[in-house]
Design a protein around this ligand. Structure first.
Ligand code: NAD
Length: 355
């Protein structure tokens, strides 16, 4: 069997960590007798440098012809002053939109070998952390009307937060289905005490919930959710939330599991094509130093083979290889400032542990 994978390494640490994921995939492919056909495409700042466009049409075409997309990260201070539509981050927002990927799945799991790295007290995490954050990805404040205008007190800037019931219904279904397969607890997070868009969100989620009687649905305001994540993270199973709240809460969920460098994500739509990427950014402060943690990228590759390619055995074997390497005591700099190995060495070790 051969699978076509579009590889968009992007900027900063994107290429370094993606290279390790490719190494691990090749190791798995040789052991399981399958082939990965990797084709690279441009996205982000590097795409702007080469084509003056953070998302060239060729990249969209490449992704559409592929079975799955593996992405590194985009962005960096070099491009911060560009007009919005040229910025690397637009490449990311637009590829999700172009591929119809509206559901971002971000698992935040406390790996037992990393319990010491968790910043929360032992008694808070004794029951473990295993949260799946389902974030709406193509609507809300990041995509609604925004602008600048002359106001009574000088220039004013505005962003609007808009959701329609179709957008809410489809993401709610994704979250209910996941919760139904997990521990059947879904917390929908909003700010319905203040925002109209959240009031609609809550009522549509309630309506969808009527078709998933096996799932226990509750609602929580986002400010309380931010607090509960550090106070009692074990209470969460699946979290459903909008684009901006999900952006913020999933980074918080990442940090309580040890490091932003270990958490993967999947962006999905209605078909099997998905885009898989670490939740972290391009980390310009450590880019090019071979010290980044490649585990988020490697676990994104595991999600990719499981969800888009249906190769559950290979996904498990990659996840096991990550766990074994951490149990063997290997750490990158973000996890242990005193005694650490490089990004590429971590990739080598995890590749060797794939069986
Ligand atoms: P960031 O995630 O890049 O970095 C935050 C901190 O975490 C930094 O100290 C960084 O060194 C550290 N970090 C991140 N990934 C790491 C890894 N794998 N190993 C070890 N340490 C790691 O977020 P930021 O600093 O807010 O943003 C930097 C750039 O990335 C910006 O241009 C931003 O727009 C972009 N960004 C891109 C994405 C994406 O491509 N999906 C997501 C977030 C931010």
């Amino acid at each position: 069997m051969s699978y076509k994978i579009a590889v968009l390494k992007g900027d900063g640490i994107g290429p370094e960590v993606t290279d390790q994921a490719l190494k691990v995939l090749l190791s798995a492919a040789s052991k399981y007798g399958i082939l990965f056909d990797f084709t690279e495409g441009l996205i982000g700042g590097i795409a702007y440098e080469k084509t003056l466009n953070p998302l060239p049409q060729e990249t969209i075409d490449l992704c559409k012809k592929s079975d799955a997309v593996l992405l590194g990260a985009v962005g960096g201070p070099k491009w911060d002053k560009l007009p919005n539509e040229k910025r690397p981050e637009m490449g990311l927002l637009n590829i999700r939109k172009a591929l119809g990927l509206y559901a971002n799945i971000r698992p935040a799991v406390l790996i037992p070998a990393l319990k010491k790295e968790c910043p929360l007290k032992d008694e808070i995490v004794n029951n473990g952390i295993n949260i799946t954050v389902v974030r709406e990805l193509t609507g809300g404040i990041y995509f609604s009307e925004k602008g600048k205008r002359q106001g009574e007190f000088g220039i004013e800037a505005y962003d609007t937060d808009k959701y329609n019931e179709t957008e809410i219904r489809r993401i709610a279904k994704v979250a209910f289905k996941l919760a139904s397969k997990k521990n059947k607890k879904l917390v929908s997070i909003d700010k319905a005490n203040v925002l109209e868009s959240s009031k609609l969100w809550r009522s549509v989620v309630e309506e969808v919930g009527k078709s998933f009687c096996d799932v226990n649905l509750s609602h929580m305001y986002v400010d309380n959710a931010a607090m509960q994540l550090v106070k009692n993270p074990s209470q969460f199973d699946v979290i459903l939330t909008d684009n901006m709240f999900g952006d913020i809460l999933s980074d918080e969920a990442a940090q309580i599991t040890g490091s932003i460098g270990i958490l993967p994500s999947a962006s999905l739509g209605d078909g099997t094509l998905g885009l898989y990427e670490p939740i972290h950014g391009s980390a310009p402060d450590i880019a090019g130093k071979n010290v980044a943690n490649p585990i988020a990228s490697i676990l994104s590759a595991a999600m990719m083979v499981r969800i888009s390619l249906g190769l559950d055995d290979i996904a498990k074997s990659i996840e096991n290889a990550v766990n074994i390497s951490l149990e063997q005591g290997y750490r990158t700099q973000d996890l242990d400032k005193e005694s650490y190995i490089s990004c590429s060495k971590m990739g080598d070790i995890i590749s060797q542990n794939v069986v």
